[in-house]
Write a protein that binds this ligand. Structure first.
Ligand code: FAD
Length: 302
């Protein structure tokens, strides 16, 4: 009998596991420093790509572009720029897409985005804008077919979707329009992901559905975020963080343990690709990647 702890990551072949990291554009110089320290710390793990979010309503447009362009010019990383349909005409969005292409960006995470009034409010497409995320994917591929387009997926369904089936119909439309990968909303119960995956595959969708992993740096913030995103937070997670509000050191160890437990279970059930919501912090994500067998490129070559 082989010990799964020894064989799990096929030691010596850490590359079997592929990861990507998500960052948000910094608001000020202090946040910019934190972001770049994180990028520099995580870069040697050679992620497949690093993505940069696009603030609600296009509010971070310039900062997203600046961050993506800096990643392109100062690192060897492959950036993926998030882009939404909100508050812009097709022409304006197409110009952004062309600008990215001209700058050398070849990966876009295409989203509908939240309503201008905030998540949970009624969504209305911008006059003259892309009506849906699927139309946006189509528009991007029309401008440059060599764009790699990722889209979102919701194991617990998007809060606006009447049913999981309606959500999967939208995913199918995005794939038919040219999306090559879906990244999931974060989740804490792996069974939710596998149940969703079964339904997606039964619908004939065969692109990778990459689990989005949120290491819980701040339990309260994660709970609020989860509420807006329609993700459930199981009572056992709340229990693990209970009583640690004033104990950041223990909280961090628990966060690492919770995320480690989740990714190891996913690996044991066949998952090899992970997308990490880094919240611009490197330490937890770095530790989890280390656990997954990833090592800095220089260390591997030695
Ligand atoms: P879609 O997949 O287009 O739609 C989700 C579901 O909502 C559909 O299945 C459909 O059933 C339903 N739906 C869509 N439109 C309507 C409608 N008009 N009426 C009724 N039902 C409808 N947001 C940002 O602002 N910036 C980002 O950078 C960003 N990055 C993200 C990255 C990932 C991996 C994920 C999972 C989400 C991200 N989001 C981001 C959040 C996302 O924009 C919101 O969840 C938004 O509400 C939906 O956009 P979508 O492309 O995920 O939705």
């Amino acid at each position: 009998m082989t010990d799964t702890r020894a064989s799990r990551f096929q030691r010596g072949d850490g590359r079997r596991i592929a990861v990507s990291f998500e960052f948000f554009p910094p608001k000020d110089e202090a946040m910019e420093r934190v972001l770049w320290e994180s990028i520099e710390r995580l870069a040697p793990l050679a992620p497949s790509f690093v993505s940069v979010t696009y603030g609600a309503g296009g509010s971070t447009r310039e900062r997203t572009h600046a961050t993506v362009k800096r990643i392109l010019s100062e690192t060897a990383l492959t950036p993926a720029a998030h882009l939404t349909c909100v508050a812009a005409t097709r022409g304006e969005i197409d110009d952004i897409v062309r600008g990215y292409h001209a700058a050398g960006v070849r990966h876009i995470v295409a989203l509908r985005g939240d309503p201008m009034a905030g998540a949970g409010e009624k969504y209305a497409a911008h006059p003259g804008g892309y009506e849906t995320s699927a139309k946006l994917v189509e528009g991007i591929k029309r401008i440059a077919p060599d764009f790699d387009v990722s889209v979102s997926a919701y194991p617990e369904k998007h809060p606006e979707s009447p049913t999981v089936e309606a959500d999967i119909d939208m995913l199918k439309a995005k794939v038919d329009a040219g999306a090559s990968r879906a990244i999931t909303q974060f989740f804490f119960e792996n069974d939710l992901y596998f149940r969703y995956l079964d339904r997606v595959r039964a619908r004939g969708i065969d692109i990778p559905i990459v689990p989005g992993i949120l290491p819980v740096q701040n339990f309260k913030a994660a709970t609020n975020f989860a509420k807006r995103a329609g993700a459930s937070v199981p009572a056992w997670i709340a229990e693990r963080f209970h009583g640690l509000d004033d104990d950041p050191a223990t909280r961090k160890l628990i966060a690492a343990a919770v995320a480690a437990e989740q990714v190891i279970d996913l690996v044991d059930r066949g998952v090899t690709n992970f997308h990490f919501y880094t919240m611009n912090r490197a330490d937890l994500v770095y530790a989890i990647c280390h656990l997954l067998g990833l090592r800095p490129a220089t260390q591997e070559a030695a």
